[in-house]
Write a protein that binds this ligand. Structure first.
Ligand SMILES: *[C@@H]1O[C@H](CO)[C@@H](O)[C@H](O)[C@H]1NC(C)=O
Ligand SMILES: *[C@@H]1O[C@H](CO)[C@@H](O)[C@H](O)[C@H]1NC(C)=O
Length: 462
């Protein structure tokens, strides 16, 4: 009996002690943005055969029609609210004229007589078109400095690498820098404390308001992580929180960390994907690989529709411009995403629901081949609470359960109409929250909506 009481007492106290982690203002803003862009443009655009030990001359970089305005407009056309740029990728070539003791950057090219600054142009274009900007910097590889998998293999050059990286971080993010205060910083493949240069202290000191993607030990409460695949696919259930200190890509045995319902640290994943299957940098004769809009819409549904954010690649070519075929695909994708929300049937805001009690909403009957039910939690206010729910649709006098299992909702969950409902009369939906991550008995959802997708289907965009 005593043992039983102890167990009961223990489980109650654990539940009461659990404080649902909430996003910072910046993380909440990022979730609300839903869609972002990442631009892969660097020396690999010009020479894709680069590898460790084979560094091409700086002058190979010569984008004679470069237009960062055009990149940003492309991003805006598919609804991106922020844009990230590979200012340093595996080659080690820098997109800004660094004043550090480092001779592999735009400054050492004939392009714009060595006076060009792609990063600054990029930041100006982002501001001009109202997008937040971010930078991608690789500590993991730097072929110019002979770094492969975080190290040069030699203590003296490793020390020099460490120093250079630190100086470049300072140059980029100090208070008077032209490049300061990015919305987003991404260290691809993360950093490995004790092995790679430790950028943590500098980043947390100079760029504490920036979101930090793959910053395992120093993200603080501004962390983001990678979802673990490059197809914009968030596995369900999709949790934002992770155990403390685990806001990183992999466990010690190499597994990508997914979130979990009892995580104490808010550190959501980004769902990235390419437009050309499967190229991050532009390569000649790869037009055939540009994805169809329908496929990209599917990727939108498995990322944004699963509570993740979509991060779609842009691969400018050797002119420094986004190729025409990609441009029109981005535009169509933007149109398709807009159409997913253009025909609302019903919209309900700030809906209070009691756990285990079905709530019904009924509306004017309609018939549609395609459409969706959208559910949103209020993550900024309450954190992520829902771990299980049941959703039904009313057709005639019947309430039919959606066959997809209702697990997490998160910022947004999109349920496309199941096949069984195609062309059926729909006149209501119901939702029963079964389980939350806390013991509380009610929840206020941000929004519950129903949309027709007739126009998107008519235009062959979904
Ligand atoms: C790369 O470096 C990490 C960190 O030192 C190490 O755990 C991993 O085994 C290395 N991978 C390869 C392929 O050498
Ligand atoms: C549109 O409806 C058809 C018929 O139910 C279905 O096969 C298709 O997957 C739906 N498309 C989308 C994007 O939901």
């Amino acid at each position: 009996m005593l043992k039983f009481l102890l167990i009961v007492w223990f489980s109650i106290s654990v539940a009461e002690d659990f404080k649902v982690p909430k996003p910072t203002t910046t993380q909440a803003k990022w979730l609300d943005y839903e869609v972002g862009a990442i631009v892969h443009f660097n020396m690999q655009t010009f020479d894709r055969y680069m590898k460790p030990g084979k560094v091409v001359a700086a002058d190979v970089f010569n984008p004679c029609e470069l237009s960062t305005d055009q990149w940003v407009k492309a991003a805006k056309s598919f609804g991106a609210k922020y844009i990230v740029f590979t200012i340093d990728h595996f080659s080690g070539f820098l997109m800004w004229p660094s004043k550090t003791d480092y001779k592999y950057s735009v400054k050492y090219t004939k392009w714009r007589e060595g006076k060009g600054d792609v990063l600054l142009d990029f930041i100006k274009s982002s501001k001009k078109y109202g997008l937040e900007h971010g930078v991608f910097y690789s500590v993991h590889n730097n072929w110019y400095m002979g770094v492969d998998n975080y190290t040069t293999g030699d203590p003296a050059s490793q020390e020099r690498y460490q120093k250079i990286v630190e100086e470049q971080m300072h140059e980029l993010f100090h208070a008077q820098s032209l490049y300061k205060d990015p919305f987003y910083i991404w260290f691809d493949a993360g950093i490995v404390p004790g092995v790679s240069p430790n950028v943590g202290p500098t980043i947390r000191d100079l760029a504490k308001n920036s979101l930090c993607d793959e910053c395992p030990t120093f993200a603080g409460d501004q962390g983001l992580r990678w979802v673990g695949n490059e197809n914009a696919m968030a596995p369900l259930p999709h949790w934002y929180a992770v155990p403390k200190g685990k806001c990183s890509m992999k466990t010690n045995d190499g597994q990508v960390i997914q979130g979990n319902p009892s995580g104490e640290l808010f550190c959501p994943a980004n769902c990235d994907t390419v437009i050309r299957e499967h190229f991050w940098f532009w390569e000649p004769d790869t037009e055939y690989s540009v994805k169809s809009v329908c496929r990209l819409v599917q990727e939108y549904l498995t990322s944004v529709g699963h509570g993740c954010t979509l991060l779609l690649n842009i691969n400018p070519d050797t002119r420094g411009k986004v190729p025409e075929q990609d441009l029109s695909t981005y535009e169509e994708l933007g149109r398709a995403i807009e159409l997913l929300y253009k025909e609302p049937v019903a919209k309900y805001f700030s809906q209070k629901l009691h756990v285990d009690k079905e709530k019904k909403w009924e509306f004017k009957t309609f018939v549609s081949l395609n459409g969706s039910i959208v559910i949103m939690e209020d993550i900024a206010k309450f954190g992520q609470l829902v771990r299980s729910y049941e959703l039904k649709v009313k057709t005639g006098d019947c309430w039919i359960s959606i066959d997809e299992e209702g697990s997490t909702i998160g910022h947004k969950r999109i349920h496309p109409f199941p096949r069984a409902l195609a062309e059926k009369k729909i006149s209501g939906i119901s939702l029963k929250i079964r389980k939350l991550v806390t013991e509380q008995r009610d929840i206020t959802l941000r929004e519950v909506s129903v949309y027709k997708w007739d126009e998107a289907a008519k235009q062959n965009l979904i």
